[in-house]
Structure formats: C-alpha cells, structure tokens
Design a protein around this ligand. Structure first.
Ligand code: Q9C
Ligand code: ZN
Length: 337
C-alpha cells in the first residue's frame, strides 16, 4: 500500500493555554505512525499541491481567507499568544464578522483548536496528502494511505474545531466524486465526524457512515445522533451509529457490520476511510476498550468491501501503540492480517 506524507505538519505544534500537560494532537503522533510504516517497509511519497479550487469544493472562501490571515491579525491586535483561541464562547453569527476577536468565535467551535503561525500551512499540507491519495485512487491504485496531520473530520465548510482545520477526508471524497460516481465515507474515529457529516449532509452522491461514542457523553456533543440521516436530496445518505463508552472490539465489529451493509447497498464506486485510533483502550481522550489486534480485524472487514479506498488519518493519541494500530489496520485491509 502506498503512503502519502510530508513533514510540513511540523509547523503546527499546538498548546492549550492554561492546560495541564501538552496538547494531545502533537507532531509526535505523525512521527510514531511514520516510523511504524517505515519499519514495515512501505513506500512513502510526498503529496502534490492543492489548488484553491480543490479547497473550495469543500470549504467556504471567507473561511479560507480567515485561516490564512488570522494569526497575523491576532498578533497585530496584541491579543494573547501563542495562538488564536476564541475568547468568548464560540458562536456562529448570521453575517461573518470582520473583527478578529469576533471572527475567532465565528470560525471555530471550541477552545482546543489553536491557530498558530504555521497552522494553516500544515493544514494545507495535510489536505494535499488526502487529495494526492484520492488522485492515486482514481489513477488506478487500490488502497492509498494519507498520513494527515492535523486531522480533519471535525472541520466543517466554514469552521474549525476538534483539532481540525481543513477536512482532509471530505477533500478526498470530493476529488473521488468529481466524475460523478458515488463515494462512501466510513468514519471509524472515536469521535463523530461532524464536519464531514455537515459537508455532505444534502448530498445523495456521498454517503457518510460513522461509528463513534454517543455524543451525549463525548465530543463533539452537538452532532452524531442516530436521528441525523441527511437532508433534502441527501435524506437517507447519512448513517450515525453511536456506541456507549466502554465498547469493546466484539461490540465494535458487530456495529461495523451494520455500517458495511448500508455502504454495500449504497454501492459506491470509491471509499474513503476516516481512520481514528482513539478507539484504543489506552487512548488518553477516548473511552472505548479496543485492543491493538482489533484494528487488523476492522481493516480486514473494510477491505472486503472490495472498493478502491483512500484511508485518511484522523485521531489517535496513545503514542506507544499508535503506529501499530495504523499498521495493523492497513495490513488488515490488504488481507495480510
Ligand atoms: N478533554 C480528533 O480526534 N476534546 N479530535 C474533547 C477531551 C476534543 C478530537 C475533550 C477532542 C477532539 C480528530
Ligand atoms: Zn477522534
């Protein structure tokens, strides 16, 4: 399996103001995954670029403009560093504000997604990884893994949050659907991918299916409930399977069957997997009890769908096992485990 990666993510090293301990979404995450992949002898290639047009397939122009200039505006207004973080409760306004303090609340839905000097560049590089993976799939590859950092599935068309700025998986899905074929996005991160859901909520071309912790007790809290099934032409093309805290590998695999059945009857030409490893028992911010070996079984079942697939890295914060979880998943997909 081919892997797309660039070390341009290193420009994004978030910290949380006033927090005890470091931000979990650290550069060491990508390092851990990369080392495990290299130890497997898998080929790693750098991404091609991403154009404004390819970003606009998924994100709003005013939001991209904000991401690009926010850190500079924040610093010039002498607001507290080391990064842009909303100061009042994040709140979406009807008309996009022009003042940087108001913008920080309008364009971000939480206080754990700091926008530092290198954040946008790193996010662009991650998006480029996902796009390149998708391009290789349309070029005839069976499976390609985009080692993206920062992650993407919480980012909506016009909003960052949940450690995410650009929705890498959605950018891959949009690219895969460019010639009109159906695309399914299967999200196996511990958290619901509210951003991906929002982006494709009205679309019958992209089916979004997600297994995740019950949002009543887990982030993002405001989305991911089973009654969210899509809207308008997209009604019926969104499937949420919320699971209780403590869910183990057996229970998880049983729920996965449900998602795979729905995807199979949708009949997509291409698949995108949002791969989060924060379902692991040891994950510091998760709450399921999966084991490292379960990732191979999950990958194997997804691979058996038999659709060409771009796998996009999302969360996963337990550094000692993160690389092994990813490698097991990829080996499972290829039927090697
Ligand atoms: N103290 C991803 O996995 N914080 N994002 C939850 C934990 C936000 C996770 C509260 C978690 C976001 C891509
Ligand atoms: Zn997550």
């Amino acid at each position: 399996m081919k892997v797309i990666y660039t070390d341009r993510h290193l420009e994004h090293a978030p910290s949380i103001a006033g927090a005890v301990g470091p931000h979990p979404e650290s550069p060491q995450r990508a390092k851990a995954i990369l080392e495990a992949i290299q130890a497997e002898g898998m080929a790693v290639a750098r991404p091609r670029g991403i154009t404004k047009k390819q970003l606009l397939a998924v994100h709003d122009g005013d939001y991209l403009h904000y991401l690009q200039g926010a850190y500079k505006a924040w610093t010039e207004a002498h607001l507290p560093g080391p990064a842009v973080i909303p100061q009042s409760p994040p709140h979406r306004m009807d008309v996009a504000p022009t003042n940087i303090v108001a913008q920080a609340g309008h364009y971000c839905f939480d206080t754990e997604t700091p926008l530092g000097p290198g954040t946008y560049k790193a996010a662009l590089a991650a998006a480029a990884c996902a796009l390149t993976a998708a391009q290789q799939i349309t070029g005839g590859e069976r499976f390609v893994f985009a080692l993206c950092r920062p992650p993407g599935h919480h980012a909506g068309r016009g909003v960052c949050g949940g450690f995410c700025y650009l929705n890498n998986a959605a950018i891959a899905a949009a690219e895969l659907g460019k010639s009109g074929g159906k695309v399914a996005v299967l999200d196996v991160d511990f958290h619901h991918g509210n951003g991906t859901q929002e982006i494709f909520y009205d679309s019958p071309q992209v089916f979004y299916a997600s297994l995740h912790a019950d949002p009543n007790v887990a982030f993002p809290h405001f989305a991911g409930y089973a009654n969210e099934r899509g809207r308008g032409g997209g009604a019926g093309f969104n499937l949420n399977i919320p699971l209780p805290l403590g869910t183990d590998g057996r229970e998880y695999l049983r729920a996965l069957e449900q998602a795979l059945e729905a995807i199979a009857s949708f009949g997509p030409q291409f698949l995108v997997v949002s791969l989060g490893c924060d379902t692991l028992a040891e994950d510091p911010i998760g709450g399921f009890t999966l084991e490292v070996a379960d990732f191979a079984a999950i990958g194997r079942r997804i691979g058996q769908l038999g659709r060409p697939c771009a796998i996009v890295q999302e969360g996963g914060y337990y550094l000692p096992s993160l690389g092994q979880c990813v490698v097991n998943f990829l080996a499972g997909m290829e039927g090697r485990m």
